[in-house]
Design a protein around this ligand. Structure first.
Ligand code: SF4
Length: 303
């Protein structure tokens, strides 16, 4: 069984930098991170072990220093934290800042803001948190909920597949032919790289394993992109999720991973698949020997 890894996979620079900053800032001093710094339980546990606390948006914060995750937040939240006396440490990814600026520029120029992404995702809530009138859509069906505006300004969550985003933008243009529709591409380059590498993998493999946290949006998007080109695609959070039966008749298995997935988990998954491949080869050899010469096989092995 051949094992192929996507050309681009796993943790992006934005998440790596945010984890490094959290570790540096927590060095002996109390620190609370607002939200999940990364959608990966193993990494979160390492951070908890070094004394870092995690809080949900409505939790009361018990430390003076508060960190914003790579997903970013609204200016309103940052201001409220400062008014409450907190020191705010920003780990917002520069590419999320870029998306905020693009949205801000469109709104400033008089466009009605439309964000393509998941409304409940922390990054999208950060983008919409300073707006009063906006729409968030994530599917073709949701375009029906938009009402006509003279000017639409569209951006997307940084981890959406760019083909899907461009398709939805085109549908908005078709639905509102009299409106001016301006699209600012805010899908980040690491997401584009991982998406196109995953599709390349799905086209040539008969099974694809996508590694990533259960709550990771970009991992889910990798799964659905791969499913367009490969019938068997499995989402695994770690090597323990893999099942040997998945690999029974597989010639080439592909591995890709979301932007929150640490290298150690990717290596462990790869190692486990090698183990399964070895076991499968041994079983095939034994079966072949039994079929070729049943009597000698029985005498030698007692089976
Ligand atoms: S997925 Fe993209 S925008 Fe998000 S943290 Fe990584 S590089 Fe930054």
């Amino acid at each position: 069984m051949k094992i192929s890894k996507a050309e681009h996979l796993g943790m992006c620079f934005g998440v790596r930098d945010a984890i490094a900053l959290a570790m540096k800032q927590s060095n002996g001093q109390p620190l609370t991170i607002l939200g999940e710094l990364v959608h990966n339980e193993a990494v979160l546990q390492t951070l908890r072990n070094s004394g870092i606390q995690f809080a949900k948006p409505d939790d009361s914060l018990r430390t003076e220093r508060v960190m914003i995750t790579a997903h970013g937040t609204s200016q309103r939240i940052v201001s409220e934290l400062k008014i409450d006396g907190h020191i705010v440490i920003e780990a917002t990814c520069p590419l999320v800042h870029f998306a905020h600026r693009a949205l801000h520029n469109l709104v400033g120029a008089g466009f009605h803001p439309v964000i393509i992404g998941r409304a409940e995702h922390v990054e999208v809530r950060g983008m919409t948190g300073d707006l009063t009138d906006y729409d968030v859509i994530s599917s073709e069906a949701e375009i029906a909920s938009l009402t006509e505006r003279p000017r639409f300004g569209i951006v997307s969550q940084t981890t959406q597949p760019i083909q899907k985003v461009r398709y939805l933008v085109e549908l908005i243009r078709q639905r509102f032919p009299k409106s001016e529709v301006k699209f600012s591409d805010t899908v980040c380059q690491p997401t584009k790289n991982r998406q196109s590498a995953a599709v390349d993998l799905a086209k040539k493999c008969d099974l694809v394993i996508v590694i990533g946290g259960a709550h990771s949006n970009n991992t889910r998007e990798l799964v659905s992109s791969c499913k367009r080109f490969c019938e068997r695609v499995f989402h695994a959070q770690s090597a323990d999720d893999l099942q040997i039966e998945w690999f029974a008749d597989v010639e080439e298995v592909g591995i890709t991973a979301g932007t929150s997935t640490p290298d150690s988990i990717i290596h462990e998954v790869e190692r486990r698949i090698h183990e399964f491949a070895r076991k499968r080869d041994e079983d095939r050899f034994v079966m072949g020997a039994r079929e070729r010469n049943p009597l000698t096989f029985q005498l030698n092995t007692g089976k």
